[in-house]
Design a protein around this ligand. Structure first.
Ligand code: AMP
Ligand code: MG
Length: 431
């Protein structure tokens, strides 16, 4: 989300932004997301240390060094078809009968191909010396065990995969800072890497704040006291952190008291790179995160001009980074994707931090322009447009399950049917 907000394409439909009547105590303007993200990422200095990890265990992790190939892939010219390896010069419309003198399966190697002969060959088997094309078996008639008739004259190079056509010896196959996808793991294996040099996993202490919070499993739904709610943030935050390669210490629920919050933060700073909290970071009397962080370290960022997710905080507690997410589940979820995700990736040395976004037409109207940049929960429909979840309240987690992404709507902007809007698929940011 480093790009400035704005419509992917000009739209005729615009609404004026009304600032409203000034209230008695003027508050400093909220920080725009781009600025907050830039400042946040400046704090995210890559962690020291390289870990050697089995390629099997490296999904989603980040390379700490360039991977150079010590060999070429494929190692030799080989056949991409089951058929016959031939010398093109031997063949003409008048002369298309060849004697079959050898059989080369994948994993074996043949001998030099004599003139007027063919080698029975299978996919992946090395091309014998002297052969310059493969004729697929569908274009051949087997005359007898020892002879084959070539029905379609081959062009030189046909059905041959060239040595080194995928990877040249010495080439950088994957770059430092790349996140490893399943295909990248296969590529690393194709150059013989069974262990990979990876960025150290960020150690993250996670805790939830709120006296109302109860853990599923501890109290049955029918036994919930009035005012209690289940702690849902803990579940998605833990999962999101793990997907980003973090080692999570889940410190549970911290009560809404300043001393308890200070104590929890102080303890969590030991042995962790980041303390991540949810809730208690607004301006209410029961919100103790801000003063607690200020008592132990510094608060560098607080409150962002986005909706949902205004009460976001970044600071430091002793030597650890601190990020405070809002308590409302959707706010917590969205701010994690927009801000915590790139922060954690940058700690691991990832260079590509911004998700791909797409311009798609809105198949709904949005008449309520907001002063803040809004991230609406939307879903792609089969007609190629975006549908809007009806209830955009920051407490309605159903919206985040129904949706398959976020619509990034600039401040002060209404949306008309058919307007092109910026869409961030969850697939780009969930992990
Ligand atoms: P807070 O940011 O602490 O003022 O919380 C805002 C809203 O989010 C309140 O309605 C809380 O009950 C709710 N909330 C806070 N933490 C959680 C959590 N871990 N799981 C579910 N809801 C929460
Ligand atoms: Mg609270």
């Amino acid at each position: 989300m480093s790009a400035a907000p704005g419509r992917p394409q000009a739209s005729s439909h615009r609404s004026a932004q009304h600032e409203g009547t000034p209230v008695s105590a003027p508050r400093p303007p909220l920080k725009p997301l781009e600025q907050a993200l830039a400042e946040l990422l400046d704090f995210a200095v890559a962690l020291d240390g390289v870990e050697s990890v089995s390629t099997f265990e490296a999904d989603g992790r980040v390379l700490a060094q360039n991977l150079l190939s010590a060999l070429q892939v494929p190692p030799q010219d080989n056949s991409s078809m089951d058929g016959y390896a031939v010398r093109c010069a031997d063949l003409s419309p008048a002369q298309n009968l060849l004697s079959v003198t050898q059989r080369i399966a994948a994993g074996s190697s043949g001998t030099a191909l004599a003139p007027l002969s063919a080698a029975r060959i299978f996919t992946g088997a090395p091309i014998p010396e002297g052969a310059d094309a493969v004729v697929m078996q569908e274009d051949c008639d087997v005359v007898d065990d020892a002879q084959v008739r070539i029905k379609s004259l081959p062009a030189p190079g046909q059905w041959i995969r060239r040595a080194g056509e995928d990877i040249r010896r010495g080439a950088v196959v994957l770059q430092k800072g790349a996140r490893l996808t399943p295909a990248a793991l296969g590529l690393a294996a194709s150059i013989g890497m069974h262990v990979l040099p990876l960025a150290r996993r960020p150690r993250v202490a996670l805790f939830s704040t709120g006296d109302e919070l109860v853990m599923p499993g501890q109290v049955a739904p029918e036994a919930m006291k009035p005012g209690s709610i289940y702690n849902s943030n803990r579940f998605f935050l833990r999962t999101l952190l793990s997907r980003l390669g973090c080692q999570v210490s889940d410190l549970g629920i911290v009560p809404d008291r300043l001393d308890a919050t200070v104590q929890a933060l102080h303890g969590a700073a030991q042995g962790h790179d980041l303390i991540l909290t949810s809730g208690g970071v607004s301006v209410g009397e029961e919100d103790h995160i801000k003063p607690a962080v200020q008592a132990l370290g510094a608060l560098d960022l607080w409150q962002i001009a986005i909706k949902p997710g205004k009460p976001f905080a970044y600071g430091r507690v002793h030597n650890a980074h601190f990020i405070g997410l809002p308590g409302n589940p959707v706010s917590s979820f969205v701010t994690f994707l927009l801000l915590v995700r790139p922060f954690l990736l940058k700690l691991q040395g990832v260079t590509e931090l911004a998700p791909a976004t797409f311009a798609l037409p809105a198949h709904f109207t949005w008449a309520r322009a907001d002063k803040r940049r809004e991230f609406l929960r939307v879903r792609r429909n089969p007609a190629g447009g975006l549908d809007l979840f009806a209830n955009q309240s920051s407490g309605v987690l159903t919206s985040a399950v129904w949706a398959d992404g976020l619509l990034d709507n600039p401040p002060g902007q209404t949306i008309a049917q058919g307007d092109l809007v910026r869409f961030i698929p969850f697939s780009e940011v969930l992990g």
